[in-house]
Design a protein around this ligand. Sequence first.
Ligand code: PAF
Length: 279
Amino acid sequence: MKTVITVQELRQARSSLPNPLGLVPTMGYLHAGHLSLVERARKECASVAVSIFVNPTQFGPNEDLAAYPRDVDRDLSLLEQAGTDLVWLPTPEIMYPPGFQTWVEVEHLTRPLEGAMRPGHFRGVATVVAKLFNAVQPQKAYFGQKDAQQAAVIRRMALDLNFPLQVVVCPIVREPDGLAMSSRNTYLDERQRQAAPVLHRALLAAQAAFQAGERQADKLRQVMLETLQSEPLARPQYVSCADPETLQEIEGQAPPGALLSMAVYIGKTRLIDNAFLGL
Ligand code: PAF
């Protein structure tokens, strides 16, 4: 496994890797969810590259950029074991050199849900992912379904900007108690960790209501909210039942495949989760 830092080093190392190359963009502090993306890339591609970059432009002023967990040595050893060929560890100065002023904005898809709560977040994500795509030139790029809106935004961007690659979105990996894997789970203390699977329970409750015949999107949102409210440590920020393509809230009947999603504070930690209705 080769580790590189500058764009020049990356280009040189990349040029000797066979195609198709699969890219797994990450912010490090890897867990089983990230490793499932590497594993999938390993199966589908002749070579695998992983980027580790805690991207400052996707964090808001009051978000956890400085506190974001980091452990590069551990990440590198996990990636080596997982059969990664190339790891790119750019610095913020490499990604955003002095005078940087070019941004990628995906319009409508970034407005609801996470975009409404985290202004500027998806501009940072779309910009850095476009830069990763340009620098690494992968044939396939792997993202997790846990960030459902991010996956939709990146798919749209790849299409709109004619990136010659396939965006592959992989299933959420969960802890045995249902909590979706996330680097942010490490912020939770013991009591909060016990409370956190309530997000998954809320999704399951909406799924159960749908199976029992409930079709009204409003009712499904209410079922999720009530489940979240049964956990005293949970403070829901939003619950949603949205069109999976446009991400607009559904009014009236929710069809199978609608995207159920939520953001919930457990203490100071903001967790997200989602599921496709009826699937
Ligand atoms: O999902 C993430 O870890 C990040 O948003 C990504 C895609 C690596 C861009 O910084």
